[in-house]
Design a protein around this ligand. Structure first.
Ligand code: NCD
Length: 360
């Protein structure tokens, strides 16, 4: 069975199969209108979402399938204290595929470990958001035409922004991708992203403080919202929330071929005047999200039927269970009764198998 928990679960070929299928769906929508007839998608959303949940729902409906689930954990048995593992065991008796969003990091992974059907991570805490990444990749494909040899500027909340972490992981599969990280010091990208993704893959990257100094080199400017809900200290949020505002004056510094992406929702980091600039691709990106989720659902259901990866272990065989604790309070091994586990990273340090943080 194949799940999508992290962008690293997909090879370059698999990414391209999904993106190509999404392009085919866009070109021949009617051909796909019944391919998931009789199938059910469960959307288990423990954290607020508009676009992602509705995009999954619309995607399954356009494939001719049905959708069940919850958008508010308080209305489910979770409020009675049910674990992610138990909820998954129950739901996988009803549904053919599950999309889970959770505020706890590693929750969709634990779900996959307990599921009889494919599980898709629809966003786990500050960790990962692979279907947004597929959305971003389809957008880059349609707007720029290639994934190799591009310069991508990530701007804003690179610390808590899971969409940033996931897109960089996927881009690490490609040649000659240059990454420019634009953020205030307190919102810098987590260390594991540098040590485990950027550096071992030989990706050229640099950290800068202002948008102005890099605008002219970018093919893609990936803007992000400062993730208020992830801050422990709201004063800190207040200090950085307006750090970057993309407006028409700054857009003048960008090249005509540059594209602006944003996973949305936007707060104030892009002024509305930018929306009319043809380089603003973020509303086109939303629609791409539905097409790429159609492709993903269809492919995962097909792979499940074909028995793709029947023996591939989800937990690495050399997992280290003893002697360390994960120090991330938002990791599922600290919020539910699941055994801590660590794997060796490229730089030989240990990483939690659920949230990728380095243990104590
Ligand atoms: C993003 C998310 O949930 O991480 N939104 C989305 O899925 N479209 C970005 C965000 O919330 O800022």
């Amino acid at each position: 069975m194949k799940h999508l928990i992290d962008p690293h679960d997909l090879s370059r070929k698999e990414i391209e199969d999904i993106v190509d299928l999404a392009l085919d769906i866009i070109a021949h929508r009617e051909m796909y209108s019944e391919v998931c007839k009789g199938k059910k998608l469960a959307t288990l959303f423990y954290e607020p979402s508009t676009r992602t949940r509705l995009s999954f729902t619309a995607a399954m409906m356009e494939l001719g399938g049905n959708v069940l689930g919850f958008s508010d954990a308080q209305s489910s048995s979770v409020s009675k204290g049910e674990t992610v593992a138990d909820t998954t065991k129950v739901i996988s008796c009803f549904a053919d595929i599950i999309a889970m969003r959770h505020y706890v990091e590693g929750a969709p992974f634990v779900s996959a470990l307990n599921s009889r059907v494919p599980v898709i991570n629809a966003g786990d805490g500050s960790h990962s958001h692979p279907t947004q990444t597929l959305t971003d990749l389809l957008t880059i494909k349609r707007e720029i035409g290639r994934f190799d040899h591009i310069t991508v500027g990530f701007c804003g909340d690179l610390r808590y922004g899971r969409t940033v972490h996931s897109l960089i992981k996927a881009l690490s599969r490609y040649e000659g991708v240059k990454v420019v990280l634009i953020s205030p010091d307190v919102l810098r990208i987590p260390d594991y992203m540098k040590k485990d993704v950027l550096e071992p893959n030989g990706m050229e990257y640099r950290e800068v403080n202002t948008l102005e100094e890099v605008m002219s080199e970018l093919d893609v400017l990936y803007m992000t919202r400062v993730q208020k809900e992830r801050f422990d200290d709201l004063d800190e949020y207040e200090r950085v929330k307006d750090a970057y505002i993309l407006d028409a004056a700054k857009m003048k510094l960008g090249r005509p071929e540059m594209r602006v992406l944003h996973p949305l929702p936007r707060v104030n980091e892009i002024t509305v005047e930018v929306d009319d600039d043809p380089r603003a691709a973020y509303f086109r990106q939303v629609e791409n999200g539905k097409f790429v989720r159609m492709a993903l659902i269809y492919i995962l259901l097909r792979w499940a039927e074909e028995g793709k990866n029947p023996d591939e272990p989800l937990v690495p065989e050399d997992v280290i269970r003893e002697g360390h604790t994960c120090n991330n309070p938002k990791c599922i091994c600290n919020t539910e009764n699941v055994p801590a586990g660590f794997r060796k990273a490229a730089d030989d340090t240990l990483r939690c198998i659920y949230c990728e943080h380095q243990p104590d």
